[in-house]
Design a protein around this ligand. Structure first.
Ligand SMILES: [Zn+2]
Length: 284
């Protein structure tokens, strides 16, 4: 009897051991599976490196290492992959002379340093004079005669123009403070005029002054103004004070005032209907 009991006990012990073994195996399988699912990629990399480590070939490994470590720079080449993403547009470099912002909140303290060149007797920053000529020539080819009426302006000249405008308003009965505010909507106070940059021009139709006595918004309906708005970006210019941006620019709509910013920036600004402040993120 004792022998039979012992045999039974042994049988149970074997069964229990087998059962426990299977349970441990199952648990191990579960944990391994989970680990794979959660850390799949990291694990793969780990495996690669551990396998090469496991190969116990220290000699081939160390010469091979400098290669991957010197690679990282060319390896970041796969950037073409990010190219299909939405075009972020040209990079905006705040030190780019073409993107200088001069407005009521970004006044210059002293004259900018630049070389000049003249077009139709008006001064411009030498670097854009060629663009001004190209634009005028292209308009002529399309049958439109354009006349520049303002180019580079010194701070002294702005001082005089601003004072004259204030006097005009005061003559209409405005008090000094109101006259200054109203005048500033038409003539930028010294230091705040974009004409100081040598990158801006007021340009109208050749026969403008046979129809108008001053620069007026109605110019927008003239075919020359339509042509300018449609074609300015090709030569790197933008309509600087759009009709629907006066709240941001603080300047009245000026269908005659164009500003050079460079072709790539002009294209985006005109296509998206922005003003320069918006484009540069300087809207406060
Ligand atoms: Zn102007």
């Amino acid at each position: 009897m004792a022998k039979r009991k012992k045999k039974l006990e042994t049988k149970y012990l074997v069964r229990r051991t087998v059962f426990l073994f299977l349970l441990v195996l199952l648990l191990f399988g579960l944990v391994w599976g989970l680990w794979r699912v959660l850390g799949g990629e990291g694990e793969k990399e780990d495996r690669d490196s551990s396998s090469s480590r496991g190969e116990s070939q220290p000699a081939p490994e160390s010469p091979a290492e400098p290669e991957p470590s010197s690679d990282p720079e060319p390896a970041s080449d796969p950037e073409p992959v990010s190219q299909p993403e939405p075009d972020p547009g040209p990079a905006i470099d705040e030190t780019d002379w073409r993107l200088v912002l001069i407005n009521p909140t970004h006044a210059i303290e002293k004259e900018l340093d630049m070389e000049f060149d003249e077009v139709q007797g008006y001064k411009f920053d030498k670097r854009i004079a060629g663009k001004v000529r190209e634009l005028i020539a292209a308009a002529k080819e399309d049958g439109y005669s354009l006349a520049i009426v303002s180019g580079y302006r010194t701070m002294d000249r702005s001082r005089m123009l601003y004072a004259n405008k204030i006097a005009e308003y005061k003559a209409m009965g405005y008090d000094e403070a109101t006259a200054r505010v109203e005048a500033a909507k038409w003539v930028a106070p010294p230091g705040t005029s974009e004409h100081h940059s040598g990158l801006a021009m007021d340009i109208v139709s050749g026969d403008y002054y046979t129809k108008y006595s001053d620069l007026v918004e109605e110019f927008e309906n003239e075919p020359e103004a339509v042509w300018l708005k449609e074609n300015c970006a090709r030569f790197g210019f933008v309509l600087r004070f759009p009709k629907d941006k006066t709240a941001i620019t603080g300047i009245n709509y000026e269908p005659w005032h164009f500003r050079y910013v460079g072709e790539e920036h002009a294209k985006v600004i005109m296509e998206q209907g922005l003003c320069l402040e918006e484009y540069l993120g300087e809207t406060d």
